[in-house]
Ligand binder design. Structure first.
Ligand SMILES: N[C@@H](Cc1ccccc1)C(=O)O
Length: 228
């Protein structure tokens, strides 16, 4: 694999895509459907064919939802923790390569309340019960919420994740039933670690600036292990 910035040079394009699904995606982008008005501009196949390093693990979630939609619907939960890559300037709270904790729950009757409840429970079990939710925009979720937690060392609220309910115009072209609701989140791994371990420079946690001596000397992370 040859990489130039975040685009992959070889192989530069995808080899095959499911053509019937591509046609539905193009249609919903250009002219809308399922309650959406669409973007009202051309959806370009050459752009969609380009290979690039994964910018968010929601790419994995979408692929799993597409697979789920192929069969008769059954409620599902999917989780992933994996590396993502962004064309981003690095500073004490930003990395160009970092990790996301992604989760997706699909069932009939799910609401935004379920999403808030899951996130609050998840973070409170890590010892972070003070959260703030901020309305946000994602082209694939509505409503969407960014999640913030207070960093005592930096003396500010820092974003620790993003979340929402997948839009019908994303789910229905896959073939999911109309009444199925999908709540989902993509959380940072490094930012909550900064808060919990009172670290005020994200570069100390991951990347070429990591102090190897610290890695060797620090005990393994055992959050929650005692209570199991
Ligand atoms: N993909 C979003 C996170 C997200 C996941 C799932 C639903 C909504 C948002 C991000 O990288 O910021």
């Amino acid at each position: 694999m040859v990489i130039c910035e975040y685009l992959i040079v070889a192989p530069s394009t995808t080899r095959e895509l499911p053509e019937d699904y591509v046609a539905r995606v193009k249609q919903v982008h250009e002219s809308g459907g399922f309650g959406s008005r669409g973007y009202n501009c051309e959806w370009k196949r050459e752009e969609a064919n380009k290979n690039l390093l994964r910018t968010h693990t929601t790419a994995v979630s979408s692929r799993m939802l597409y697979e789920l939609a192929k069969g008769p619907f059954t409620p599902k939960k999917y989780y992933s923790i994996d590396r993502v890559f962004r064309n981003e300037a690095v500073d004490k709270t930003h990395l160009a390569e970092f990790h996301q904790i992604e989760g997706v729950v699909c069932d009939r009757g799910l609401t935004l309340g379920d999403l808030i409840g899951v996130l609050q429970e998840f973070f409170s079990r890590l010892g972070m019960s003070e959260l703030r939710f901020k309305p946000a925009y994602n082209p694939y979720t509505e409503p969407s919420m960014e999640i913030f937690s207070y960093h005592a060392g930096l003396e500010k609220w820092v974003e620790i994740g993003n979340s929402g309910m997948f839009r019908p115009e994303m789910l229905r072209p896959m073939g999911l039933p109309e009444d199925v609701r999908v709540i989902a989140w993509g959380l940072s791994l490094e930012r909550p670690t900064m808060i919990l371990y009172e670290c005020d420079n994200i570069r100390e946690l991951f990347g070429h600036k990591v102090d190897l001596k610290k890695v060797k000397e620090n005990p393994l992370c055992r959050i929650g292990i005692e209570s199991i």
